[in-house]
Design a protein around this ligand. Structure first.
Ligand code: FE2
Length: 359
């Protein structure tokens, strides 16, 4: 397996030559480099984009693999032959427009969601597909597709309200201006998370049969998630809020219905969608917890902290790629279904959050 540093990854030595500044449109950090490592690290920087197969580039990216800074080079078709992999099942979807995809994937939208529907695709699908195409075939490497899609999502989110941490920032200003409204906003978002965690198990269950090559891993992950809605119930209790006072939005229900549909019909989409429920990587603290800590009821952050800690310690952000390792080469239909559902879901959720917080 060969890592390809994302084409926008930049690495610069600090002025004192002691650390390396890593930057991408969606993540930046400083990495301390020991004296003894400087030689090979410099070699990696020199070859970063011109020859990714250089062993020092591979070593450097391997050290950074907890962060979304790379994708995986498509393997040769022969590399799949010896493996016992899940084949993509036959599927009939028309991904030519968002409306046709919704119609043929049979996951209908509520009336209010229809007004948020994007008229045409805006993501550069060809750019993503070209990173995943298996040489000499019209098939796609699932590891390449999902690893590049995760970076693409993060890059796109940089241009959106929620991706620029609009939600987190709106919470921080609310907690300072109007605490009653702030707790109502927390109740609203906790209700969405409550529904997601409560429904996750049922929605994922079809994958145990339809993605049986990864049965053990999926079962393990489902057990890891089971009961997590209790963290959200703790948040309601700590804030003295009644869970029933908050709606489950149709966008939240739709996302779980689409996930259930994926569990039964597209192991590739199922694997990729787990990225929508988990953080892409971990930065020490949950952003909602950070806002609650600024309120007069900081102990209510605990439910969020405990949940975050489990996701972080069990590396739930790596699940999409762990699952993709069980997949055979993918057809165009499964690849574009995955891109389409990702683009749609992220647009729906972005608009939903923005509307709620600007209300
Ligand atoms: Fe999780």
């Amino acid at each position: 397996m060969l890592y390809i540093p994302h084409e926008k990854l930049s690495l610069q030595w600090s002025a004192d030559n002691q650390s390396l500044a890593l930057s991408l449109p969606w993540v930046s950090m400083d990495i301390d480099i020991e004296e003894a490592d400087k030689g090979w690290v410099q070699d990696a920087i020199d070859h970063l984009h011109i020859s990714p197969s250089n062993q020092n580039v591979q070593k450097l990216i391997h050290n950074l693999k907890d962060y979304p800074v790379f994708y995986i080079q498509p393997r040769q078709i022969e590399a799949f032959e010896e493996l016992d992999l899940q084949l993509p099942p036959p599927i009939v979807v028309d991904t030519s427009t968002p409306t046709r995809l919704i119609g043929t994937f049979e996951c209908p939208l509520s009336e209010e969601m229809k007004s948020d529907m994007i008229p045409t695709w805006t993501w550069d699908w060809e750019a993503i597909l070209s990173k995943a195409r298996i040489p000499g075939t019209d098939l796609y490497d699932p590891l390449s597709l999902i690893s590049y899609l995760i970076c693409y999502r993060l890059e796109w989110e940089n241009t959106t309200w929620s991706g620029q941490d609009g939600f987190g920032k709106a919470l921080i200003s609310l907690v300072q201006e109007n605490e009653t409204k702030f707790f109502q906003a927390i109740g609203w978002v906790a209700k969405q998370s409550w529904y997601v965690t409560k429904t996750f198990h049922t929605a994922a269950t079809p994958a145990l049969v339809h993605f049986n090559k990864a049965h053990e891993l999926i079962h393990h992950f489902m057990c890891d998630e089971v009961g997590h809605y209790k963290f959200m119930e703790q948040v309601f209790d700590d804030l003295n809020l009644n869970r029933d006072d908050f709606p489950i939005e149709s966008q939240t229900r739709w996302t779980l219905s689409a996930f259930k549909k994926a569990a039964a019909s597209s192991p590739l989409l199922f694997s990729a969608m787990i990225n929508l429920f988990e953080a892409a990587y971990y930065e020490g603290q949950d952003p909602i917890s950070r806002a609650i800590r600024l309120s007069s009821k900081p102990h209510a952050a605990q439910g969020y902290d405990l949940h975050y800690k489990i996701n972080q310690e069990h590396r739930h952000c790596d699940m999409p790629l762990h699952l993709a390792a069980y997949l055979a080469p993918q057809t165009y239909d499964h690849a574009t279904l995955t891109l389409g559902i990702f683009e749609l879901t992220l647009n729906f959720l972005d608009r939903l959050e923005e509307r709620r917080m600007k209300a």
